[in-house]
Structures are given as C-alpha cells and as structure tokens.
Design a protein around this ligand. Sequence first.
Ligand code: HEC
Length: 598
Amino acid sequence: MFKCEINVVNEQVQSMRIRINMINCLKYLGLFFATLVSVSAMAQRSTDFALLDQHGTFHQLSRYGESEFVVLFVQANGEPASQQAIPLLQDLHTRYSEQGVEVLMLNPIPGQSRQQIIDELARIGVDLPVLQDSAQLVARSLQVTTTDEAFILDPESHDVLYRGPLASGIAVPATPPETPYLEQALIALLEGDDLPEEELPAVEGAPIAYLYQERFGDRQISYEDEIAPILKRRCTTCHIEDGLAPWAMVSHRMIQGWSPMIREVLITHRMPPGQIDEQEGAWEDIHHITDEELITLVHWIDSGARNAGEGDPLREQEELSEQWALGEPDLIVDVPAIEVPATGMVDFKIRRADLNLTQDQWVQAVAYNVGDRSVLHSLLVFAVDPNIVEKDEAGLVSPENTEFISLYVPPSTEEKFADDSAFLLRQDRDLSFKIRYVTGGRDTIDATRIGLYFRDTAPEYEVHNVIALNSQFSIPAGVVNQVEHAQTPVFENDVWVESFAPQTHTRGKSMTISAQFPDGTVQRLINVANYNFNWQMNYKMRERLLLPAGSRLISETVYDNSASNPQNVDPEADVKVGITTYDEIFSHYIRVLKPVQQ
Ligand code: HEC
C-alpha cells in the first residue's frame, strides 16, 4: 500500500512540504482537489453509510450491491404518519423484494431505543429493519429535515434517485393512502424509465431536531481543544509515523486534506476498525468512538475542517516504543523472519518455533516485539504438539494438535491475563503461529519476537481456550447471507467465560456467540455485527460470566460470498473450508477460566 510520508525539515518550509506531500497522497487516492469541495456541495454529495438496526444487524448501503434499489423511509416512534406508513412499506417489501428492492427505515430520533423501536413495530405487526441513526450522520448526509420522507437509493453509486413522500393521504385519518408516489418512481426505475415528471407535494412530517445544531449553534468548533483530542484518543495509536495505518495524523493540514475520507470512514463505521455492537455486553479496550465524538468530528468537517488557532497538538506525538511493553520477559521466542513483498495479497504464513522448556510453566502474559508494524496485521500463538513439523501447515493450526494462547492485533503489544489466572504451558509443547500480513508498498522482512512472562505459583484459574468449530460447509459463489452454526461441547463443570476471538477468512460477514444455560435459556453474549477480515480482534468482557456445569456456547456466523463484500478475495469461486486465504474457516476461540485443582 502507498505510504504518505511527511518529512519535517524546519518550521518555515514545513507547511509547504506538507502541502506537497498531502497533494501527492490525495492524488494517489483519487482525492485530488478534495479539499476544494465546498461545504455545501459536500453535504449534498451522495455517500455510502452503515448502521445497526433494532436487532443489532449491520446494514451498509454498498453491501446491497446485489440488489437493484434500496428504499429508505425516515421513521419516528409514536408519529402517526410513520405508523401509517409502516404497513405500506411491508407491502412494498412483499411485492418487490423478488425484483431486488430492499426496504429499510431510518430512525434519527435521539433517545428512541432499540427496544422502543421493536415494541413500536410489534404493535403494528411488522418487522422491517429500522436503522438506528443515533448520531444522525445519515439523516444529516441525506439532508433530511422531517420524518416521513422516503428515498430510493442506488446501492452502487449511492445516488439518491427519488426523495419525497411515500404516498398521499398518509396521516390524514380520513383519507386512505392513495397516490403511491414512491411506488410509481420505483416501477419506472425498475423498467429503466425516467422518473414521472410531476410536482411532488412536500413531506409533512415532524421536524428533526439535530443534535449538532443544539450543541454547537453558530459556534466554531476548536480544532485544538476539541478535534485533536478525539483523534489522539481514537485514531493516532495506529495513524502515527511508522505505525500500522497507511497515513499518519501528524498535523491539521493532513487532517483537513483527508477530511472527506475521514467523514466517509466514520459514517460507514470502518474506523476505528473492529467496532462491535456496543449495545450488547460491556467490553474492555475495544476500538470505538462515541456518538458525541462522531457528531463533533463530522460537524467540524462539514464546516470546512478549519484550525482557527495557532497550536497543533497532533505535532506532539510520542514515538512508538521499541521496548517490551511489560518489561524483560522470562522467555523470548523468535518467530521465524518472513519476507513480505511490497504489493499484492500475502497468504497466511504458518510457522513454528521450538521451546525446550524444562518444566511446565504458568504463562501470565504474552508481549509482542513487532518486527515491522506497518505490515503485521494479526498473529495467533498456539501451544503445539512438538511432533508437528514445519511443512505440515494444516497440522500446526489444527485444533487437534494445538491450543490457542494469545492473539496480537495492533496497536496493543501485550496480552496480560487477569491476576488470578494463567495459561498452563506444558513442558512438552512448542509454539506455532498463524500470521497475517498486509503489504505496505515496500519490500520488508518482519522478524517479530514474542515474550512470555511466567508466574511461580499456580493461579486460582486456568486460562483455557475452547473453540466453536465448523469445518463442514461450503459457500457457493455469489451467496450473500449464508448462515452457519457451531457449538462448544457442554461444560462438565462450572467455568467463567472471559473473551472471544472469532475467526473467519474473507467471506465472514457477522457473527454472534450465545450461552445456552442448563435450563435451555439462551443469552447472546457478543454481536460482531460487521466482521472485517482485516481486523480479527480478541474481545474481552468487562466482567467474566459464570457458565454453570451443563452450559455450552453456540455461535452463528453469516458469510457473504458476493462481489459486494469488499474483502472477498474471489466472488466467482465456490468456497470450502481450508487454511489458505481463498478458503474459509469457522473457528471462534473462546477463553474460559476453570478453577485450578490445588
Ligand atoms: C487499530 C488501528 C487503527 C485505528 C485506531 C484507526 N485506524 Fe484508520 N486505518 C488503519 C489502517 C490499517 C488503515 C488501512 C485500511 C485498513 O487496513 O482497513 C486505515 C485507513 C484509514 C483511512 C483511509 C481509508 C482507506 O480506505 O484506507 C482513513 C480515512 C482512516 N483510517 C481514518 C481513521 C480515523 C478517523 C480514525 C479514528 C477515528 C482511525 N482511522 C483509527 C488503522 C487504524
């Protein structure tokens, strides 16, 4: 991948340099002149977007690329016109879904919760997806001013093809809905005709109160005091010189130049990466960004992304440390050095290393001294049966011969187990690694080292990684939503579940893991609503959960083998289970704690 580098020479020439470099960067990305786009034009432009619905399902406009059109209706709970429209939308869905028409609703009303939306639709007897736009970014991008406006969107170009009323007569109790404005437009579009030329009546919905207006009014947002701190909190751990991200956030100029792209990654929830559904569960150290921060960043960008002050907090950044994150390890293991080319897709690298332990060891923590941060995207560490040789790549990662210990996902370079728990590394084990690289625009060699930290005494709990595994499926080319399941064996004794590291390859779309308790009740524990192959994370619960003896964990994973899946390495191929990037897997590692028998 191309790197945009900025060399600071001295203060006088610095801004010129930055400008030149920035232009190079933007040119490369096809964003040349992006900064010249006027504020109003930017608000008008059509854009991709992504949101979760009332059930926690992820919807992204561009991922409906296999469909012809997306109908989007602006809904509000308790609003008579919305209530009257919902059965019409259901009817549209029934009659047009076969022709590739998706029907979605958008709820941009702050404070209307998922449960309230579920209840509202249940009263009407309909269950269509309602996208919760709690930061109002989508409504704002579409310049929605009232509820009850309806849209027809092109999922590929993101263009707005129709905007206006759904039908006439809605919300006027005496008149049943008559002229189906939107449906007429839909029929014309499906037939490839121009839209009927008729003057559309105004939509008479309830006005939408925008949080950004309430919060900022005419006030200029301060780059120095409000924007830079958000970027430092949420972005610069990776967007730093020599960091993992392809460009570094080192100055206001850089941010301003990238601001259209930043807006897009925020509204599609691509960055910060690896976001999960935060309305389910409570999580430690996840990449996330709050609605408040999103509203502030996007309002600042839409107002021109200016810096009125002198200072630039992004210039003062800490250097990445070359040291071990947790001090000198008890044992350092070298991952064999691997050559990573400048470009192209690099298949998983599977390697092993001898350990030569003289006794069993309790591993309290694992730290990573990364060789080349700009290319290493993930590294799984397993304890492996020493009889498995280097050439037997499938054997080195197969659950029969291995137990998963730890996962490196940038930017964190350490994984410490809780004080009362540790992983028992048996004397006769070696280590194996499954490594993923993303090329960074130059040839490089990654020689990463792994530090193990032992404890002298047995802990209260043994860290144990169970796996929800399914190796019996295939996915035909082009299939958008293939649902697969797997479960752990039933736990014979009480265990505490602590974290989840779900793993699929490029067709993985979403996944959930639930606990099934001995009485049969099922509780969803994690919803990775928008799985991204580039970001295979380990999600740690803020508080471990007791699974009484007789419980088990069940996992559901949805795969998307269509061309609308941006990660898909080959949408033309029927896919089966295997170890290369072109194959698929369903291997969700789940960390549980078992009391140690003293
Ligand atoms: C965990 C590391 C990480 C964090 C945190 C992060 N980024 Fe990124 N960012 C990346 C990587 C890596 C890429 C390259 C694309 C990819 O791998 O997904 C990227 C790409 C981008 C791009 C270019 C889009 C593209 O198509 O490549 C933008 C814009 C961006 N990030 C903005 C942000 C913003 C804004 C934040 C904070 C709100 C942020 N990033 C937080 C790692 C990160």
